[in-house]
Structures are given as structure tokens and as C-alpha cells.
Design a protein around this ligand. Structure first.
Ligand SMILES: Cc1cc2nc3c(=O)[nH]c(=O)nc-3n(C[C@H](O)[C@H](O)[C@H](O)COP(=O)(O)OP(=O)(O)OC[C@H]3O[C@@H](n4cnc5c(N)ncnc54)[C@H](O)[C@@H]3O)c2cc1C
Length: 473
């Protein structure tokens, strides 16, 4: 009897076909194709959010817009879904299978001081351009850390220390170069593709891979800002004073209040290691900023006060976000208000002496220009909500995950009277179901419109990873 070897032959044939296809793809690229087993595969798929471990079938380390075109065309030919990653700060869920386009080598940028605009490629972080912006006395609408990618941050809305005065980063976009699900590189602006232009600004990476983005800058050399820290025992008085003060502020000041629990780790400076605090952070103008912020610096015995006048390129010191990749389990809600009862409920959970496993529980004030932008400006966060709550926990060990999840549930319950039911797309995070929660980032009307745009440009949901909007309900 002749042994049946047909299945083994099929497998061999399949492998060699794929190998040839990958070799052909490599020939068409300036960048590199990485397959599992390649020495750089793990580092090229690693995300900043370290507890999201991606497992793509293939990685294209793109260097040019044409590399992105070739990668998407390859994915189309081989029926692969496509993911994109610049830094992995927004790695909300693992990428299983599919083709991952890593844009971290696409680092070209140009700043035009005359028109006060910048054009940056897909891998550029705010940190890459901040010194050059500052040389021209210009600034971008970056967030609490300059370590995030400009494209990913902006597509998710982009809120930061200038939001009350200047709005969201998404509303500053002038144009995109974008590779569609069909593998075409197109220029998108308000005239060429108005629906797509509206959707991409706030709807995230659902509609194509942005290879470059052009956006407006603000004239800014320096700011008055920083943070003041008090012992958590002083939280009741500090919280109340803050919520009254914040109502009196002009839009030139953006601020937040946060409960911080510093882990007892060597990387944390000794005076604050292992301790709990209430902190007020704020950024305002050089002229008048100190006068406006001063009342928040004398509410109780001060443990640390970094307020001062700084050049724009020192903006990271306000939040002092971590830079090294780390695991995180976070939740976020948009709030309509912070009332005295809200403060009481929050302190009951997370105040002095409570065993609360969340490192930072922050309330960011976004009332102002960001809230005034209209529905037709862009899809970014049109919720009319003045506050974003962010609860950030770090699962240092798997055993503490249940306690963290219970804490997130308790926070949501405590904030129930002021929760709008909506989230800010950029803060749809790891502990959430990204697809379902993406829906909560938009009103039903905006979501339905985004789905229409998605259906037109990506009907088979090629770009389905991360904060996904499905083409169908
Ligand atoms: C420590 C920390 C601080 C943060 N602070 C703020 C803040 O102050 N304000 C704020 O608004 N957000 C903030 N974020 C959220 C952050 O802006 C989002 O997670 C954003 O998506 C990160 O973009 P990225 O490119 O760096 O991350 P990545 O994980 O590389 O990308 C995230 C997503 O962005 C999309 N994307 C990225 N590149 C492209 C592209 N070229 N084309 C199409 N889509 C693309 C994709 O959907 C991708 O899944 C913070 C996040 C962290 C972890």
C-alpha cells in the first residue's frame, strides 16, 4: 500500500508559498519584514503597556509611506487584518495574528514657523519635536507625557495641559496622508474627503493607517505650572478648596486633582516613596498664572511644590508620568460635575488609611475650548462633559489583579451620580473591553455616523485591533 503523504506535501507547499510571498514583500520595502523567530520580532511587537503582549503573524517595520502601502496590499492579498503601533501606549488588547505595521522608524518631520504648522510622520512622538518647537517659540497640544506618538494621541482626541485654552489636538489637524484598507495612499483634508477627515480626528485608527499628519501649533514660549503635593490626610480640605477654586478660573488655566499612592519601590524618590498624597497640578500663562494658581499652594503643609515658570519643553514635569514601559489596569469616565457628595464618596474609598490598590485617581478639568468645539468640527469627544476621571493601577503581581478590578468597580459606583456614561477614546484602556467601550466614547448619533464612514472605507474591518469601531452594529 502506498502511504498517503498528501497532507505533509500540502503543508510544505503552503510554507514555501508564504516564504516566497514574504521575500517578495521584503524586496518592495525600504523597511523590514519580521516573522516569528526573528531576533527583533519580540522588541518590534512589544507595547509600552507591558501587560499587553502582542502575537502578530508578521511585522512590517515601515520606513516610508510606500512601505505602509505595500504592507496593507500584502495583507489584502493574504486576507490578514492589519494593526498599527508607534509606541504601544494605547495597547488596549493583544494583537493575535494579523500583520502589525510598526511605525517607530518613520521619524521625519518639518516645522514651519511662518504658518505655525508641523508635518510629522507616523512614528514621531511629541518628545522628538519638542526642542525644535521650543526653538521657534511654538508649542503643540500635547498631553501629560510627550512620550506618546503624535498620530495615535491626536486620532484619539488628544487632551492635555492646554485643552481648556486651545481645545483638543484632533481639532488642530489640517490634513493627513493615509493608507486606506484598499491599499491606496490618499491625502485627506476638509475639502478632499470631508467625512473621512471628520471621522479620523477623534475616531482613532479605524479608517486607515496615517503615514503623516499636518497640524496647527500655538505660539508659546513658557508657561507657569507644576504640581503641589499635600499629605493624603489633608485631602478633604484640599479637595473642597480645589473644586471651589476651579470654578473661578479663566480658560487660560487647565488643572487636575489626584490622589497618588507612591509604590515602595527604589525608583521612587525617598521623600515620597511608599506614601499617599493629594496633588493639584495646573498650567497657566506666564503673565497672571502665578497669581491665579497661588491659592492652591497654601492649603495645608506642603510636601512638594514644583510650581514655577518653565519653558514649554519642560512640560513633562507637570505630571511626571512614567516613561519606562509598565503594566497597567486603568479605567476612565467622563463626569458631568464634582460635587461635595462625590468627594465624600471618593475619599470614603481612596482617602487616608484606606487600602486602595489604585496608584493614581485623577480628575482632569477639560471645561473650556475643548468643550465648546462643535459636533461638526471633528468626532473628538463631543460630550459636553467638563471632567475626565482616570484611575490608573499597576498590577505589579498577578495576585493583586482581583483587588484592582474590585477597586475600579467601586470607583465607578462611587461616581455613579456624576458619570455621564461616556469615556474619552484615548482613555479607553486595558481593563476595558475595547470594542464595546469604544462605543461609549461617542453619542449614539456620532457612533452611527462613524460606522457609516467605516463601512465606506473599511467595510471588512481590516483595521480591527485596539479601539475598534465595527462597520456593522
Ligand atoms: C502614560 C500615558 C499617558 C497618557 N496621557 C494622555 C494624555 O494626557 N492625553 C491623552 O489624550 N491621551 C493620553 N494617553 C493616551 C494615549 O494618547 C493613547 O493611548 C494613544 O492612542 C497613544 O498613541 P501611541 O501611538 O503612542 O500608541 P500606540 O499604542 O502605538 O497606538 C495606539 C493606537 O493609535 C492608533 N494609531 C497609532 N498610530 C497610527 C497610525 N499611524 N495610523 C492610524 N492609527 C494609528 C491605533 O488605533 C493604535 O492602536 C496616555 C497614555 C499613557 C500610557
Amino acid at each position: 500500500m502506498t502511504p498517503d503523504t498528501s497532507s505533509a506535501q500540502t503543508i510544505d507547499f503552503t510554507f514555501s508559498t508564504v516564504d516566497i510571498a514574504i521575500a517578495r514583500l521584503q524586496e518592495r520595502l525600504r523597511g523590514s519584514v519580521l516573522t516569528p523567530g526573528h531576533a527583533d520580532f519580540a522588541s518590534a511587537s512589544a507595547a509600552w503597556v507591558a501587560n499587553t503582549v502582542h502575537n502578530p503573524a508578521l511585522i512590517v517595520l515601515a520606513e516610508t509611506a510606500q512601505d505602509v502601502v505595500e504592507a496593507v496590499r500584502y495583507a489584502r492579498e493574504h486576507d490578514l487584518p492589519v494593526a498599527v503601533q508607534a509606541t504601544g501606549h494605547g495597547a488596549v488588547a493583544p494583537i493575535e495574528g494579523g500583520l502589525l505595521i510598526n511605525t517607530s522608524r518613520m521619524l521625519g518631520y518639518a516645522i514651519d514657523p511662518e504658518t505655525r504648522t508641523a508635518r510629522v510622520e507616523a512614528g514621531v512622538k511629541w518628545a522628538h519635536i519638542i526642542e525644535d518647537l521650543h526653538k521657534h517659540r511654538l508649542a503643540g497640544l500635547c498631553g501629560s507625557t510627550t512620550d506618546v506618538g503624535i498620530v495615535g494621541y491626536t486620532l484619539g482626541g488628544g487632551t492635555g495641559w492646554f485643552s481648556r485654552r486651545h481645545g483638543f489636538a484632533a481639532d488642530k489637524v489640517i490634513a493627513f496622508d493615509l493608507v486606506t484598507a484598499a491599499g491606496e495612499l490618499i491625502h485627506v483634508n476638509g475639502e478632499s474627503h470631508p467625512d473621512l477627515f471628520w471621522a479620523v480626528r477623534g475616531g482613532g485608527g479605524n479608517f486607515g493607517i496615517v503615514t503623516a499628519i499636518e497640524f496647527g501649533l500655538i505660539e508659546l514660549e513658557s508657561f507657569f505650572g507644576g504640581a503641589v503635593m499635600y499629605d493624603l490626610a489633608d485631602a478633604p480640605a484640599v479637595f473642597r478648596a480645589y473644586t471651589e477654586w476651579v470654578q473661578t478660573l479663566p480658560e487660560s488655566v487647565t488643572s487636575s486633582i489626584a490622589i497618588l499612592r507612591m509604590p515602595p519601590l527604589p525608583m521612587v524618590p525617598e521623600p515620597i516613596r511608599g506614601r499617599a498624597f493629594i496633588t493639584i497640578r495646573a498650567v497657566g500663562p506666564v503673565t497672571g498664572g502665578e497669581f491665579l494658581i497661588e491659592p492652591m499652594r497654601q492649603l495645608a503643609p506642603v510636601i512638594m511644590d514644583t510650581f514655577g515658570c518653565y519653558p514649554f519643553n519642560a512640560i513633562d514635569l507637570v505630571s511626571s508620568d512614567p516613561v519606562d514601559p509598565m503594566p497597567e489596569l486603568s479605567t476612565s469616565h467622563l463626569l458631568s460635575d464634582i460635587r461635595p457628595e462625590t468627594i465624600d464618596a471618593v475619599l470614603e474609598l481612596a482617602g487616608e488609611g484606606k487600602d486602595f490598590p489604585v496608584l493614581m485617581l485623577e480628575f482632569r478639568h477639560i471645561d473650556g475650548a475643548a468643550r465648546k468645539a462643535s459636533l461638526t468640527d471633528s468626532a473628538a469627544n463631543r460630550h459636553d462633559a467638563p471632567w475626565i476621571m482616570l484611575a490608573l493601577a499597576v498590577p505589579f503581581a498577578p495576585e493583586i489583579v482581583p483587588a484592582i478590578e474590585a477597586a475600579h468597580t467601586a470607583v465607578a459606583k462611587a461616581l455613579a451620580p456624576v458619570r455621564t456614561g461616556y469615556t474619552f477614546l484615548n482613555f479607553v484602556m486595558k481593563s476595558d473591553d475595547p470594542t464595546d467601550l469604544t462605543r461609549t466614547s461617542f453619542t449614539p448619533g456620532i457612533y452611527a455616523w462613524l460606522q457609516r464612514v467605516k463601512k465606506e472605507w473599511d467595510p471588512t474591518n481590516v483595521f480591527r485591533f485596539g479601539r475598534n469601531i465595527r462597520p456593522e452594529a
